[in-house]
Write a protein that binds this ligand. Structure first.
Ligand code: ATP
Ligand code: MG
Length: 426
């Protein structure tokens, strides 16, 4: 992509309304634009990141046998009356009437709709387990929308729903999803700490919130220091389940099973939340199947959420410095930023163009800063948008037959011959 052809409205000034780094940087890097309180337009750069996140989530969901669907954002109030939630849900739910005076709502979550689908089609125990998921916009009229997309009113969520024949099978499903969440977040370079959110009663509800550590997080958490050194292959429920993690209101220092020197306390951002809740919705809505002996069995359900749009901000909270964002490669909007420091100079243009073509040919996503701007502006913008690699073409390096390569995360710079520079970023 050539920057002169792109839509990347970066800002020099720090927007006054932004209180936390991710909000500031998303506005400054031209990723989002506020349409109205808690509701945002995703601009090209921001959308590219969100789509990378979606892709990782889908790959990991599909890997464990979940199936993607797409439910509508609008739902009839009638379904929520059947589940008994319509009156309880409160002001977070946006309610309205269509032209025929039918009561409607903008879905804050989708248990009712998915249970309605399952009750229509799934009639036999042989048709379960089944896990369906979607990535769809939700609306919750939060009292205090804030921190940009971190707590929006309209936000993108991955929501999955499982249907099993009994508790044992539902528990296995829950565990499978638990592990897949750890993998999903690890692929985004995030160490997610699963914090129990239930009462702990056996056979009762099970629930975990997945938190990532960041000073601006809304929840306080205590956790085992071993979380900080987990590698992907250690992220099984067996290993991780043994490690202590608790929300601050549930942490009892006297009863804490690990010693003080192994205990860490921090602020956390909730990026995912999973629940097992049995027949809470399947019973009132009538999602029942015929069992092997002809008996009628009410399906056991769970819900599994990931804050997709919140993740974009959460990843920035975990990966930035004074100059800007430092994207992990897996979610970076482009892998390489190519800077031509002297537009109009034949030699720099020839080299920069040849790099641009080589990378495109190899399928490497590259953003080429071909604007007629000062070097300082180009450096600042490139650091701000945080692409993992920068290839810098200037008159000085060209004379030495080299190109400068900068790694945004480590800050390491080197001047190397062109071929070697390409090898480093491919
Ligand atoms: P929170 O405690 O942050 O309000 P929640 O418990 O209401 O979250 P869920 O209903 O479990 O959240 O939704 C699943 C995920 O969606 C959450 O883990 C979070 O990452 C994300 N999420 C929830 N509310 C918002 C919001 N207002 N803006 C952006 N993301 C959100
Ligand atoms: Mg909430």
């Amino acid at each position: 992509m050539r920057l002169t052809h792109y839509f990347l409205p970066t800002l020099k000034e720090t927007p006054a309304e932004a209180q936390i780094a991710s909000h500031r940087l998303m506005l400054r890097a031209g990723m989002i634009n506020q349409t109205t309180a808690g509701i945002y337009t995703w601009l090209p750069l921001g959308l590219r990141v969100m789509e990378k996140i979606e892709k990782i989530i889908c790959e990991e969901q599909d890997r464990i046998g979940c199936h993607k669907v797409l439910m509508p954002t609008l739902q009839p109030a009638e379904l929520w009356r059947q589940s008994g939630r319509y009156e309880d849900y409160g002001k977070e739910m946006l309610r309205f009437k269509d032209r025929h005076e039918r009561e409607m709502l903008y879905g804050p979550t989708n248990e009712e709709v998915i249970t309605d689908i399952i009750r229509q089609y799934v009639k036999s125990y042989r048709q379960v387990p089944q896990i369906l998921y979607q990535i769809q916009w939700k609306f919750r009229d939060e009292v205090r929308p804030r921190f940009g997309v971190m707590r929006g009113r309209e936000f993108l969520m991955k929501d999955g729903y499982s249907f099993d024949i009994d508790f044992e099978s539902a528990k296995k499903t829950y565990e499978r999803i638990f592990e897949s969440y750890l993998r999903t977040f690890a692929r985004m370079d995030l160490t997610a700490i699963p914090v129990r959110a239930d009462s702990g009663a056996i056979g009762g509800d099970m629930s975990h919130e997945f938190q990532i550590v960041a000073p601006t997080g809304e929840s306080g958490i205590y956790y085992d220091a071993a979380f900080d050194n987990l590698t992907l292959d250690q992220m099984t429920l067996e290993n991780v389940g043994k490690l202590y993690a608790a929300a601050d209101e549930k942490h009892d220092p006297a009863a804490c099973p690990i010693s003080q020197d192994k205990l860490k306390s921090a602020r956390g951002i909730e990026i995912g939340h999973i629940f097992y809740f049995g027949t809470k919705y399947s019973e009132p809505l009538g999602a029942k199947v015929v069992g092997p002996d002809g008996q009628i069995i009410t399906l056991e359900m769970g819900s599994y959420g990931i804050g997709v749009s919140r993740l974009v901000a959460a990843i920035i909270e975990a990966n930035h410095d004074e100059q800007g964002i430092k994207w992990p490669e897996s979610v970076a909007p482009f892998k390489v930023g190519l800077l031509n420091l002297k537009m109009g100079d034949k030699r720099t243009e020839t080299i920069a163009e040849s790099i641009y073509h080589s990378l495109n040919e190899r399928g490497i996503e590259v953003l080429y800063d071909d604007r007629d701007e000062r070097a300082g502006t180009k450096f600042a913008d490139m650091d701000l948008i945080g692409l993992p690699w920068q290839l810098i073409v200037g008159t000085k390096t060209i004379e030495a037959g080299t190109v400068e390569v900068k790694n945004r995360r480590s800050g390491e710079r080197s001047e190397v011959p062109l071929e070697q520079a390409l090898k480093m970023v491919i």
